[in-house]
Write a protein that binds this ligand. Structure first.
Ligand code: FES
Length: 76
């Protein structure tokens, strides 16, 4: 799992709007925080499917898929 330091470095690469609420749940269906999702992307998850396998985000009814895609676009 990516260190907090690596996650914070990645957050700084995001557009300002996406830098907010890092510790809030981005995937509310599975209670996965934005920080956890970013950690998976930092660790090499470069697709929605890979993020899903890493932390179960998007594995509810998929309502956060677009937000996860956006994080992947910004960080890979
Ligand atoms: S919020 Fe992530 S699948 Fe619903």
């Amino acid at each position: 799992m990516a260190s907090r330091e690596k996650i914070e470095q990645a957050v700084k690469q995001l557009p300002p709007l996406l830098q907010k609420d890092v510790d809030d749940k981005l995937c509310v269906c599975n209670e996965v925080s934005k920080a956890t999702i970013i950690g998976c992307i930092v660790d090499g998850a470069d697709s929605v499917e890979a993020v899903r396998q890493c932390c179960y985000a998007t594995d509810g009814n998929g309502c956060c898929t677009r937000q996860v895609e956006r994080l992947i676009e910004c960080l890979t």
